[in-house]
Write a protein that binds this ligand. Structure first.
Ligand SMILES: [Zn+2]
Length: 315
């Protein structure tokens, strides 16, 4: 069975209701690392399960195939995730990650199997689910080329956009989506589960090993040192972030997950400010920007996040 996203009962309840509705294009909105991708898989499993009504049953052949997919044995024919490519066609790292038109619609010399025709093809089970991860990076040209499909996907298809919120999307895209909101999640759920889910998605089942890396304890204490420095001198924060940098390879999920957990005690505003700072430093790393400079900016943003008045507490 596919992993159930932890701490997102309200979102899952909304999806149960929406599974039987006419809505076919969704925006899973929320900060990073809260289980939106896991929820997209859960939703696809629910839509195709032959038994369960409220929950994928875990026993029917459709649910079995998800388990095989989790173990890297098969791919799910009716489920697909796409994201902006990290490299250009000739293998160079991209400076700015955008979802290309040819990932969505057929173009000469483009992706041989774009999302639009894939969604239109008949499903093997009941419903095809196409996920566009990083919908905030859906540019105007790509969005326009795909607008008709977003407006009215085939009856056997659902489209899930994963993004930070409707405000981050082009208005023409946002207006076509049914929004499902994901909250920042409880610490237990937020750290280990999301690290595991991300690692599994990126690396296949081998990603589970990531949780038992020998240097995890060192990372945890470096994060705690950084957090403790945020209320002190600026020099102390810079020193802490420089030390953490050595334990934080670009793209690694552990440090962001730990920081998000620590930010929870700073209310929604503090949490969201921390989340925004993390997104920025991750984007800078992906673009091969000057990492030391990016981390200095990150340290400043984090100090501001930690000074947010607590305001509304997190659930
Ligand atoms: Zn089932």
């Amino acid at each position: 069975m596919t992993d159930r996203p932890a701490g997102q009962e309200q979102a899952l309840e909304a999806l149960r209701r929406l599974a039987g509705s006419a809505a076919r294009t969704f925006l899973f909105a929320g900060p990073g690392g809260v289980g939106r991708r896991a929820a997209a898989r859960w939703f696809a499993a629910l839509l195709n399960c032959e038994g369960g009504l409220d929950e994928p049953c875990g026993r029917c052949p459709r649910c079995q195939s998800w388990r095989d997919a989790d173990e890297g044995l098969v791919s799910i024919e009716d489920y697909r995730e796409l994201a902006a490519p990290a490299t250009t066609r000739d293998g160079k790292p991209t400076r700015r990650r955008v979802i290309g038109i040819d990932q969505l619609v057929p173009r000469e010399g483009g992706d041989p199997d774009p999302l639009g025709p894939w969604l239109a093809a008949p499903p093997r089970a009941r419903v095809r689910v196409g996920v566009i991860d990083g919908a905030d990076e859906l540019g105007e040209a790509a969005a326009n080329a795909f607008l008709k499909t977003l407006e009215e996907p085939p009856a056997h298809a659902r489209i899930v956009l994963i993004g930070s919120g409707p405000d981050a999307l082009l208005p023409t895209v946002a207006s076509r989506c049914t929004v499902v909101r994901f909250k920042p999640v409880a610490p237990d759920a937020a750290t280990s589960r999301s690290v595991q889910a991300h690692a599994t998605l990126r690396l296949g089942s081998a990603g589970r090993l990531l949780l038992q890396r020998p240097d995890d304890d060192a990372v945890c204490s470096a994060v705690d040192v950084l957090v403790a420095s945020l209320g002190g001198s600026l020099g102390g924060t810079f020193a802490a972030v420089t030390h953490l940098q050595e334990l934080w390879p670009p793209g690694d999920e552990l440090v962001p997950a730990l920081l998000r957990e620590r930010a929870r005690s700073h209310g929604y505003r503090g949490y969201l400010a921390c989340d925004a700072a993390l997104s920025q430093v991750e984007a800078a790393s992906a673009a091969y920007a000057h990492r030391r400079l990016a981390l200095k900016r990150f340290a400043l943003a984090l100090r501001r996040a930690w000074r947010q008045p607590p305001g509304e507490p997190l659930p």
